[in-house]
Design a protein around this ligand. Structure first.
Ligand SMILES: [Zn+2]
Length: 325
């Protein structure tokens, strides 16, 4: 019998990425389309359906050859109902019935979860998580998100909001967060958070630093510049990076003490700083993790890059089918 395939979709604000995968996670082919979020985002789902049908025709494949379609989406996702609400970068303000529309349009079973959970599944399955059963994923991008996999299952929590790692408070007296609280991890470890921290620390730093000079001159500064300056031994930039890593270590320590994962995977744009970031977090992590837990927790940088979304999304289909057996 021909082994059935999976379709993984990573829906983002600028592109929709698609992949056809085998059930052991190998990407066979991938493509992408632009996200057209005009007209309250009403064109998005029809364009996804059209793109899938077009590619199946192109490859001479039938809907029966697929076990299912999995998708990661921004916004607040109701996994059980297959709906999304409040995905503002897609202009989805009201409830979108994604599952019913895509199943009707393609004739293939469909399952959806939020983008951070899906990236977590991807890294756990085929990336830095090494397919270990207990893995936590933290993504450092324009915001900070995360996903928790325990005993090989995504942890969704009572209302589907588990894994909001960006809103772990790491400094009760810290910066205001978009969520209304103060000092959430996101306010200091997201791409914008790193810059905000640098600007604040620049006010009191007295030594010589090209980075501080740039900030004082009103030049535009981004997170990558902060890490690059630190790598070039800029003293001030190193203080900022140390502070960012300390906050990440506090969050990682709390996560590890509570969940005892074998691996905490750090992904997203800020994680491109690689080992430079990783070594400092690991060194500080020791201060915040319970010693028997510290000894058995690996902190690693994500390995799948942009493919984490489509790979993790496709794995939703497999998790779904095992849960139903
Ligand atoms: Zn917050």
């Amino acid at each position: 019998m021909l082994e059935k395939k999976l379709i993984g979709i990573d829906l983002g604000g600028t592109t929709v990425k698609f992949a056809i995968l085998t059930t052991d996670g190998q990407v066979q082919t991938k493509w992408s389309i632009e996200t057209d979020s005009s007209d309250q985002g009403t064109k998005i789902v029809p364009s996804i359906i059209e793109s899938i049908l077009h590619h199946l025709e192109l490859y001479g494949m039938q809907k029966e050859e697929f076990l299912g379609i999995g998708m990661g989406s921004p916004g607040s996702v109701n996994h059980a109902e297959g709906t999304v609400i409040g995905a503002y970068n897609l202009n989805w303000r009201t409830t979108q019935n994604i599952k019913s529309e895509i199943e009707a349009g393609t004739g293939i079973p469909f399952v959806i979860d939020n983008d951070a959970n899906v990236a977590a599944l991807g890294e756990q399955w085929m990336g830095a998580g090494n397919n270990e059963p207990n893995v936590v994923f933290v993504t450092l991008g324009t915001g900070v998100g995360g996903g928790i996999i325990l005993n090989n299952e995504l942890t969704r929590g009572a209302t589907g909001a588990a894994g909001e790692i960006g809103h772990i408070v790491v400094d009760p007296h810290g910066f205001d967060c978009t969520c209304g609280n103060k000092g959430c991890l996101e306010t200091v470890a997201s791409a914008t958070g790193v810059v905000r921290l640098a600007r604040t620390m620049a006010e009191t730093f007295a030594g010589e630093s090209l980075l501080k000079e740039s900030i004082d001159n009103g030049d535009s500064v981004d997170a990558k510049m902060v890490f690059d300056a630190a790598r070039e031994d800029d003293i001030f930039a190193n203080l900022v990076v140390d502070e960012v890593c300390n906050y990440l270590a506090i969050a990682s320590g709390n996560i590890a003490n509570m969940l005892n994962p074998s691996t905490i995977v750090i992904g997203g744009g800020v994680s491109r700083a690689g080992d430079f970031l990783l070594n400092r977090i690991t060194e500080k992590f020791k201060r915040y993790a319970f010693p028997p837990i510290y000894d058995h927790t690996k902190i690693k940088i994500a390995e799948l890059g942009n493919d984490a979304g489509v790979i993790g999304a496709s794995s939703l289909v497999l998790n779904q089918s095992t849960a139903e057996v």
